[in-house]
Every structure is written in structure tokens, then in C-alpha cells.
Ligand binder design. Structure first.
Ligand code: ATP
Length: 343
């Protein structure tokens, strides 16, 4: 296992600084997810840890040691990519064994290692198949197994699930969480998908334009976003944001924290019972309605403003007049400098 530290790291391509004076500590043994929009610098960070693209200035430390002069192969890291880099002409066994053969590991030890790792990732019964006879998820497991035989102290993964269909992605997420528990190794995982980040990470590092926006546990990043960018990047649909018109202050609330009542029955007894705490209410009209099964997403227009509401109730209809209520405690405020004003 190993911790990773970035100390005042800047990375520039030509004169374009894509990472600027970045400081970050990735905890030993944690599952850390780097997330952010395309081009924000996630892969660049991962490549610096792997030794595939040196920083322009600052230091990258693995287990407290500056690794600038340590070549990629000697850093104790293994990288898994989205296009899983497995050899199509080799069987699963040969693919997994490849690195071990190169390192002249004796045959008996190779067989033992390949079988134990294949068991961990659920490939034992496919060892003699060629990759073309495997599903996407099974191929991704071969790539993981190939990384695991190196016994790395850090696993680096760059969008490893993005080539898989939605259902398989969900399954593989669970498998990766399990794998991380079994191995106890430091995982650094890059994705642009905030749902992946929320569901897998011990710690999320949210980036935008080469800068860390917030580094926190999923719960904290969701409930205590430090700034507007974080508030709107994490969560689907994104947080509703409106302008208070005072010194650039904005307010926001999550779609699931708003309740709807039919305008003609407001204020209802039910509302009073279920919302005993102070809340704000405004009247609007439903303009779209999207039924998702267990919940329905409504878009509400109120004057010039538009809000999304995620509700367990599917009874409201397009064009219906409604009252949207939000508990005061669920409203976030953001200052002009983008920092959260509360706490
Ligand atoms: P994505 O999710 O699209 O993979 P990312 O967050 O991983 O994006 P990076 O690949 O780290 O982003 O790229 C960060 C920035 O650095 C981008 O603006 C990109 O164009 C730029 N960049 C990356 N590699 C190079 C390079 N070799 N030469 C010049 N610019 C580069």
C-alpha cells in the first residue's frame, strides 16, 4: 500500500498550464476518485503518478518519496485503461501470465498466482478462452488481473468501465468496490461520471480547469458543496440555482428537496404535517414531466425562473398549477466569490 502526494504541482504543455499549483494527498489504501469534466486534467494527474508524463514543477511523492527520478516500471503502480490492453491472440491464462514470464517467475509460482488472481476476479473458468470469446466485463477483468499480477501498491484506473453497457457498468462498479476491499490497495480512479464517483469513492477529488474544486467524502460533497461548480456537477438532475439579486449571492436547492402540492389545495393539512419546519414556497406551472418508475422529474416554471423537482409522486400533470416548497434548512447560499457562505 502507498500514499500519494502532490506538492505545488504544475503541469504545462508548451506554455499552457493544465494543472496549476496543485496540492493533494491521496490516502494509503483509500479508493480515491478523480472526477471532473472532459479536459480538466484528471488523466494528466494519473500519468504523473504513473511516471508517464513528468510534472513541470513541484513534487510527486509516493509513500513520502519523491519519485521524479524513478522510472514508471519501478514505481509499484499498475494502470488499467478503458481500452483494456489485452492481447487478442493469447488465452486468458497467457494474458495474465505474460508479465510474470517476463519477470522470470518460476512456472509453479506462475500457475499458482494466475489461479489465485483469476479466482479473485471471477475468471477461473475462462482461463483457456481467447478474449474474443469473452464478454466486455470479462475482458475488463482480464485487464484487472494483468495489473494485479504485478502486486502493485497503487492501482491507477482511467475510465476503465466506459466501454461497457450501462448494466454491466453497475455490476463492475460493485466488483471493483469488492476488489478494493479484498486487496486493501490504494486505488486512484478517473472518471467524468459523477454517479460512478459517488457510488465508488471513499474520497472524491472534483476538478475543473486544472484546479481542485473540492476534496471530500461523497456524502459531504453532496450535502456540503463548497461552491456553485461542485453543487451543480454532483447530483442528477443538478441543483437548482437562482439569483437573489443581492451582491451576486445565489441560492440553490436539490430537486429531491422540493415538495409539490396542487395550487388549489395549498396550504394543505398534509403539507403542514410533513413540513413542520420553516420552508419557502412559490407558485409555478409544470412544463415537463418525466416518469422514471420510482420517481418523477418535473420541470416547474415560475415567472422567469425554472426549477427541477424530483418527486415520489407521479400524479401531477403538465400545465398544472402547483406550489413548490423547500425547507429553509435545505437551501444553500453561494457568495459572489463562489464560496459557500454558511458555516
Ligand atoms: P477526459 O475526461 O476528456 O479524458 P481529462 O480530465 O482526463 O479529460 P487530460 O487528458 O488530463 O483531461 O487533459 C487536460 C488538458 O491538457 C486538456 O486541455 C488537454 O487538451 C491537455 N493535454 C493533455 N495532453 C496533452 C498533450 N500531450 N499536449 C498538449 N495538451 C495536452
Amino acid at each position: 500500500m502507498a500514499s500519494i502526494q502532490f506538492v505545488s504541482v504544475t503541469k504545462a504543455f508548451e506554455k499552457n498550464a493544465v494543472i496549476q499549483d496543485l496540492n493533494l494527498t491521496i490516502e494509503d489504501g483509500a479508493f480515491t476518485v478523480l472526477v471532473g469534466p472532459s479536459g480538466c486534467g484528471k488523466t494528466t494527474l494519473l500519468r504523473m503518478i504513473a511516471g508517464l508524463g513528468p510534472q513541470t514543477s513541484g513534487q510527486v511523492l509516493i509513500d513520502g518519496k519523491d519519485v521524479s527520478r524513478i522510472p514508471s516500471g519501478q514505481r509499484g503502480v499498475a494502470m488499467v485503461f478503458q481500452n483494456y490492453a489485452i492481447y487478442p491472440t493469447m488465452s486468458v491464462r497467457e494474458n495474465i501470465e505474460f508479465g510474470l514470464k517476463n519477470n522470470k517467475v518460476p512456472k509453479a509460482e506462475r500457475v499458482r498466482l494466475v489461479e489465485s488472481i483469476s479466482e479473485t476476479v471471477g475468471l477461473l473458468e475462462y482461463l483457456d478462452r481467447k478474449p474474443s470469446a469473452l464478454s466486455g466485463g470479462q475482458r475488463q477483468r482480464v485487464a484487472l488481473a494483468r495489473a494485479m499480477v504485478k502486486k502493485p501498491s497503487v492501482f491507477l484506473m482511467d475510465e476503465p468501465l466506459s466501454n461497457l453497457d450501462a448494466k454491466l457498468r453497475v455490476q463492475m462498479r460493485i466488483e471493483l468496490i469488492e476488489l478494493h476491499k479484498k486487496l486493501g490497495t490504494t486505488f486512484v480512479y478517473v472518471t467524468h461520471d459523477q454517479v460512478e464517483a459517488m457510488s465508488m469513492a471513499d474520497t472524491i477529488v472534483l476538478m475543473n480547469k486544472g484546479l481542485i474544486q473540492q476534496e471530500a467524502a461523497p456524502d459531504d460533497i453532496y450535502h456540503k458543496p463548497r461552491n456553485l461548480f461542485t453543487a451543480q456537477f454532483i447530483g442528477v438532475p443538478p441543483m437548482n440555482v437562482g439569483d437573489l439579486g443581492v451582491d451576486g449571492v445565489k441560492f440553490g436547492f436539490r430537486p429531491e428537496n422540493a415538495s409539490l402540492s396542487a395550487a388549489e389545495s395549498w396550504p394543505s393539512e398534509k403539507l403542514e404535517q410533513t413540513r413542520p419546519t420553516p420552508h419557502y414556497a412559490l407558485q409555478g406551472t409544470i412544463v415537463t414531466r418525466e416518469m422514471l418508475g420510482s420517481e418523477t422529474i418535473y420541470q416547474i416554471r415560475s415567472g422567469d425562473l425554472s426549477f427541477m423537482v424530483k418527486s415520489p409522486e407521479d400524479t401531477f400533470q403538465v400545465d398544472q398549477e402547483v406550489v413548490l416548497g423547500v425547507e429553509a434548512a435545505k437551501i444553500h447560499f453561494f457568495g459572489a466569490d463562489e464560496l459557500r457562505i454558511e458555516d
